[in-house]
Design a protein around this ligand. Sequence first.
Ligand SMILES: [Zn+2]
Length: 436
Amino acid sequence: MVVQKYFLHFSAVRKKSYDMALSLIMGGAFVEQVCLSKWTAIHEAAKVGCPAIMMLLLQHGAKVTARGKHGVTPLGIAAEYGNTEALDILIEHGGDVNAQASNGDSVLYDASGSGNLDCVKLLLQHGANPNVASYACQLPIHRAAYEGHILALRTLIPITAKRAIRLAGHSPVHSAADGGQVECLKLLLQKGYDVNTLLHMHISENYGDLRKTALYFAVSNGDLTCAEMLLEAGARTELDPLRCILVAIRAERYELVQLLLSYGADVNCYFRVISNTVFPTALQYCLRDPEMLRLLLNRGYRAYKCFQCCHGDSEETDSTWIDIHNQAYHIYCQPDVVSFCEFVSVSWLEHLVGSVVRLLLDYVNHVNICHNLRRLLEKTPEWDELSDILSRPRPLQHFCRLVIRGHMSLRVLNDPKAMAAVPFPPTLKNYLTYRV
Ligand SMILES: [Zn+2]
């Protein structure tokens, strides 16, 4: 009967009852009996970590080489659960410290996951190889960094070969950033790991966004602390196919956006895989978020790009940009290049056009709008105000604001402390920074 068959596993070993285990074995229980997950009693003993039962089983024929459902050995189980004594006994009885489970996970990899430093050291003392990667290209050092086991990581750093890490296709810096492990990240950077190492293509392809950098992991996790640490250490913001700044904007993470911009992320970058637009991509991700849009515009987003298209009644009158417009004209008139008026003409975005254009107008000189955009705007509640702005010359005050902003650096304009030192009246400062 099943219950009787597995009695040794579940009743005696799991409950750490030596007497019961002894009675069952003396009564003829089969120590090599496997349960449904192909565990034998010694796997169970390795998990619960009872040395006396472990010894009893070994004395009665249990094998240290027994493999569970996923090819895992009792050593792997003892290491995974951080049971040093059990691991020690298994090693003393001939257990292979370099055994790998069916997925390639080594015993040391399992120990690194538990974070038990004694287990890690014990395995290393008995010849465990820290440079054996799992079939998912994970080394023990990656696991320790991801899980945040700083002591194990500290032990593994000097003995893990750079070549093994290179072959794995990703750095422990990626792992620490992905796991949000600030202390591990700090240690790795202190030890000289490159903050800008890129995921190898075979790892990158596991992610739909084809990410490359450790910074991308931190940003996509919304992890401000790790992101800041990476940026301080020199992480570059432009190395991923989808820029980190766009990920942060899309996730509505204002602090991350500001952090990335303060470290030089390009607010006017493009991601053309999905939509090849005339205007910088960031706008696509914050059409519903006026606060984010304002933030980006204050940080130098090129608003005039939203009024460039090749439709009628779109004579470019923003004089500053006429030349650029003319140069770019042949580009954005290509059929596969999407202008702002086309992008927002879909039914699920139409209702946002009025408020977005109203904000954009704060950052451009006089513009004429094309008939497509006009038709969209006429249906919005903002049309009366927009029509008024568009039909008359812009006020001199507004022109002056753009000119003065053009003579100041974005860094100063967006830094309250720096702005406090600027010798302008407070009202003017507020006007320049769109606070009024
Ligand atoms: Zn147009």
